[in-house]
Design a protein around this ligand. Structure first.
Ligand SMILES: [Mg+2]
Length: 129
């Protein structure tokens, strides 16, 4: 049942077109959808202890299913916006990973929990990106 990213985009596209929903979707709507779905995922964790939640995800299949559903909703939004704006999501992801590999080099960050501001990093490294 393995599917490529392009095949997943096609599945999302067909789902939308079969329902004639494209008429209701702008890039703004789809970006909002991604954010709303990400927050539905986050809501599952709201006000709960992180370590207890990790345990719960291993032991509570119903809870894990809710996480899967919301994660899939986020992915659906990402697939839909890439189709709507006609960009290659796989290429965008791989390009972003390449940039992240430079921004967070293994030598500099291995075992460290750090945040490197993207805008500042891009300014300093504009010639190497
Ligand atoms: Mg949802």
């Amino acid at each position: 049942m393995e599917k490529s990213v392009k095949e997943l985009v096609e599945i999302a596209k067909n789902f939308i077109d079969e329902r004639d929903w494209r008429q209701f979707q702008t890039s703004k709507d789809l970006a909002e959808d991604i954010s709303v779905e990400a927050n539905e995922l986050l809501e599952l964790f709201l006000w709960k202890d992180g370590k207890e939640l990790d345990k719960k995800t291993r032991e509570d299949k119903e809870f894990l299913q809710k996480i899967k559903n919301e994660t899939a909703d986020v992915l659906f939004g990402c697939l839909a916006i890439s189709d709507h704006l006609n960009f290659d999501l796989e290429e965008a992801f791989l390009s972003k990973i390449k940039q992240l590999e430079k921004r967070y080099s293994v030598e500099e960050v291995k075992g460290k929990s750090i945040k490197i501001d993207e805008e500042e990093w891009l300014k300093k490294n504009k010639d190497s990106v």
